[in-house]
Design a protein around this ligand. Structure first.
Ligand code: ATP
Ligand code: FE
Length: 375
C-alpha cells in the first residue's frame, strides 16, 4: 500500500511517499524558518502564505522523486491537527481535493501520534519498540511524557504547565543572537554549546579561551522537582534577567556558559520526569522495555547522551532500550504522517472527504477507552 502524505501544521511544508513495507520513496521538506526569525516565532499569516506557495511544488516533487504519478498512489494522508488552523487548512484542502479527484481513500492524522510512531518505520525490524512503552515528545509545541499501550492509545503522564522545551530553546538562542543554522535556532544553540565560544576553533569542549575564572552563568533552579509536570518559562526568563542585569552585553565565554547551563537544565528536567515516569509504571506493575523519544528537540545529541545515562541510572537492572528516529525525521516531515496513517488504511478505517480539522486535539482522544494511569 502506497501513501502520499502532506504535513503543514507549523512552518514547514512537507510531502512524502511511503509504502506499507517501510520504504520511504520520497521526503520533501520546504523550510521557511528565515521568514520568522525577525518576528521571534512562527508568524501565522506568513506561514499560511508560504504553505500556499510551496504546497503544489512539494507534492509534485514528492511524486517525482518517488517515480510515480498521483494515480499510482493508494491513499492520501494529511495532518488533521493539532497545529495552526490556517496552516493545517492548506494541507487538508490539498489532501482532500487530491483524494476526491483521484477517488482515493483519505486519512487525517494526529501530528503527535505521528512523531511517536516514527521509530516503527526507522528502527530495524528486530529491535522495534514493544507496547507498553514510554514516549517523550519534545517539540516546538509540546513537551509530553506519555504511556503508549497501542498505536492509538496514549495516556499523558506529564505535560508542560506553560511553554514547550522547543520554544525555550528557540527563545534562548535568539536572546544570545547565535549564528543562523539551517536547522533552526534550537539546533544553533546545540551547535554553539558543542563548538564553544571560539566557534569550534578552540580546545575540545571549547571552554578555554584565555584562562582564569570560569565564566559566570545564571542560576536556574529545577522547577517542579518531584512532580510529573514540566515548566520551561522560568528557564528562559532566568536567562533574560541575567542578560538584562548586564545591559544585554556579555562576552563569548559568558554566552557559552549561559547556553550550556540552559541546555543542561532544559534536558535535566526531561531526565527527572522520565525517571519519575518509570517509577510510576513500576508501582503500577507496568513493565517498560522501551523509551521512544521524538519531536524536533530529540535531534539534540546532548539530550540523546543524557537520556541514555538517565535510563541506566534509573533502572540499572533492566536494560531499557532508548529509541530515537534519525534527527532528520525528528523535526516535522510528511514521512511520519504517511506512516501513522498506514495502520488505518490497512484496516479500511478511513475518513470522509468532509473530515474537519482539530487545531487543539489531545492525543488521549485517539482512544478514549484506554485505561487512565494517573489517579
Ligand atoms: P509540534 O510538533 O509540537 O507541533 P513543531 O512541529 O513546530 O511542534 P518540531 O518540528 O517537531 O516542532 O520541532 C521543532 C522544535 O525543535 C523547535 O523548537 C526547534 O528549536 C527544536 N529543535 C530542533 N533541533 C534542535 C536541536 N538540535 N536542539 C534543540 N532543539 C531543537
Ligand atoms: Fe512537530
Amino acid at each position: 500500500f502506497t501513501v502520499l502524505a502532506i504535513e503543514s501544521s507549523a512552518d514547514d511544508t512537507c510531502a512524502a511517499v511511503v509504502t506499507s513495507d517501510r520504504q520511504i520513496l520520497s521526503n520533501v521538506v520546504v523550510r521557511q524558518d528565515s521568514f520568522h526569525e525577525s518576528y521571534g516565532g512562527i508568524h501565522p499569516y506568513i506561514a499560511i502564505e508560504a504553505h500556499q506557495q510551496n504546497m503544489p511544488g512539494a507534492v509534485q516533487k514528492a511524486l517525482q522523486v518517488a517515480g510515480m504519478s498521483a494515480t499510482d498512489v493508494d491513499g492520501i494522508a494529511f495532518t488533521r491537527g493539532p497545529g495552526i488552523g490556517g496552516c493545517l487548512s492548506v494541507g487538508s484542502n490539498a489532501a482532500k481535493t487530491l483524494a476526491a479527484a483521484l477517488n482515493k481513500p483519505l486519512v487525517g492524522v494526529h501530528h503527535m501520534q505521528a512523531h511517536a510512531l516514527t521509530p516503527f518505520l526507522t528502527t530495524p525490524a528486530n529491535s522495534l519498540p514493544t507496547y507498553p512503552f514510554l514516549t517523550l515528545l519534545v517539540s516546538g509545541g509540546h513537551t509530553l511524557l506519555l504511556l503508549a499501550t497501542s498505536p492509538r492509545a496514549f495516556r499523558v503522564l506529564a505535560t508542560t504547565l506553560d511553554e514547550s522545551i522547543g520554544r525555550a530553546f528557540d527563545k534562548v538562542s535568539r536572546m544570545l543572537a547565535l549564528p543562523w543554522s539551517a536547522h533552526g535556532p534550537g539546533a544553533a544553540l546545540e551547535q554553539f554549546c558543542r563548538d564553544g565560544p571560539a566557534g569550534g576553533t578552540g580546545a575540545p569542549g571549547g571552554e578555554e579561551i584565555g584562562s582564569g575564572e570560569p565564566a559566570e552563568a545564571p542560576h536556574i533552579p529545577l522547577p517542579m522537582r518531584g512532580r510529573l509536570a514540566f515548566s520551561y518559562t522560568g528557564l528562559h526568563s532566568s536567562v533574560e534577567r541575567f542578560l538584562h542585569a548586564r545591559g544585554g552585553v556579555v562576552d563569548a565565554r559568558t554566552k557559552h556558559a549561559i547556553a550550556t547551563t540552559f541546555q543542561k537544565n532544559a534536558v535535566g528536567q526531561l531526565e527527572e520526569k522520565l525517571a519519575l515516569g518509570l517509577q510510576l509504571c513500576r508501582r503500577k506493575g507496568i513493565q517498560i522495555r522501551h523509551v521512544v523519544v521524538s519531536g524536533g528537540v530529540a535531534s539534540n545529541s546532548y539530550l540523546r547522551e543524557r537520556l541514555r545515562i538517565c535510563l541506566d541510572e534509573a533502572s540499572p537492572d533492566e536494560h531499557i532500550a532508548l529509541i530515537f528516529p534519525p534527527p532528520s525525521l525528528c523535526t516535522d516531515n510528511a514521512v511520519m504522517i504517511a506512516w501513522a496513517s498506514m495502520h488505518r488504511f490497512l484496516a479500511g478505517d478511513t475518513d470522509d472527504y468532509t473530515v474537519e480539522l482539530r487545531r487543539k486535539w489531545s492525543i488521549e482522544e485517539l482512544d478514549p477507552s484506554a485505561p487512565a494511569i494517573l489517579d
